[in-house]
Design a protein around this ligand. Structure first.
Ligand code: GAR
Length: 210
């Protein structure tokens, strides 16, 4: 069934926020039927906070260190998301790891963008890992978040070549350009109700004809 209401998003980020901006621009352009209700950062100086404010989107910093443990931090994260009516949580450069306290509250409702072709080069320093391994192609992946690190069902992937002269920065830049297309595309598909998950396998359903 076609959704009429825009999908309510919560964005979690730790830094620069270029994926947040790309997503918000796609929404503003009318390409993605969604609305970002809140941006949450786990770093006080994260530029994403200012970027959200500049676009009139509510944002907050939640300090993981102020809580007794990870569970209490995740409870607070979940509480804020629920407060804003968030239906899909988008990790856009969020460098923390979320455990079952958060993930189990949003089953198949948390997605992440990773700068490599998973399951290769998960975790930190994905670009460095790809260059050091010597792969000819890398890329980016949007996947559902489960309780592993970058292990959840894959929604979309895009390849980019790794060139002989690449360093981490040049590869990161080439991949980032694709991330800015892939993440809004994945959110769009979910918002349109076109993403079906069976075990590890994700099927993208055809667009409904109106
Ligand atoms: C992006 O390249 C994203 O894929 C990566 O961090 C960058 C954030 O950039 N995420 C991860 O590595 C998650 N493990 P941004 O803040 O400009 O969107």
């Amino acid at each position: 069934m076609t959704r009429i209401m825009p999908l309510k998003l919560g964005v979690l980020a730790s830094g620069r926020g270029s994926n947040f901006e790309a997503l918000q621009e796609s929404i503003e352009a009318g390409a993605v039927p969604a609305v970002i209700k809140v941006v949450i950062a786990d770093k006080p100086q994260a530029p994403v906070l200012e970027k959200a404010a500049a676009r009139g989107i509510e944002s907050c910093y939640i300090n993981p260190g102020q809580f007794a443990g990870r569970q209490a931090y995740e409870q607070e994260l979940a509480r804020v998301c629920v407060e804003y009516g968030v239906e899909l949580v988008v990790l856009a450069g969020y460098m923390g790891i979320l455990g079952d306290t958060f993930i189990n509250k949003f089953p198949l409702r948390v997605i992440n963008i990773h700068p490599a072709l998973l399951p290769s080069f998960s975790g930190l320093h994905a670009h460095r890992q790809a260059i050091e391994y010597g792969v000819r192609f890398s890329g980016c992946t949007v996947h559902f978040v489960d309780l592993g690190v970058d292990t959840g069902p894959i929604i979309l992937q895009q390849t980019v070549p790794v060139l002989p002269e690449d360093d981490e920065d040049s590869l990161a830049e080439r991949i980032l350009r694709e991330e800015h297309i892939l993440l809004p595309q994945a959110v769009k598909l979910i918002a349109q109700g076109r993403v079906a998950v069976e075990g590890r396998r994700v099927t993208i359903l055809a667009e409904e004809e109106n």
